[in-house]
Design a protein around this ligand. Sequence first.
Ligand code: ZN
Length: 167
Amino acid sequence: MRVNFPWATHKFEERGWRARLHIIPRAYCGFMVDVLTPEQRRENMSRIRSANTKPEMVVRRMLHARGYRYRLHVRDLPGSPDLVFPRRRKVVFVNGCFWHVHSCRFGQVVPATNSAFWEKKRLATVSRDERKTAELSALGWDVMTVWECEIRDLDMVERRLVSFLGQ
Ligand SMILES: [Zn+2]
């Protein structure tokens, strides 16, 4: 399956990320320092946080086309999972790499401005994720996370989801 993901190039190109990415010096630990002003970072973050993010839509469309049916953002479950499969007792989160501190390069970015502020927020997100996953497991739900960066290889995501959900 071939999918375009215009949001990815869009988001970065808007900010000149593409052009800048390769000239950003790599700090120690291999972390990447970003170049957004506090204002841009705030705006960027608020967009990244929205519930119906594009990667989530891609995952939803793909699963729907394969015949899976699910409920969305079920608020009475811990963490309001993005996709809920009640009969299978499984939930899927589609997580942004920056916010949820994925191990990929997008998740390991350290904002140059207000870094302590973002670090605190992101670490809080990570510990909330861990807590909610534990709560879901305790209630008998299986949890899978799809990362934003994985959407580039949708066939792989599809295979992982199908094996997680069952046919
Ligand atoms: Zn990632």
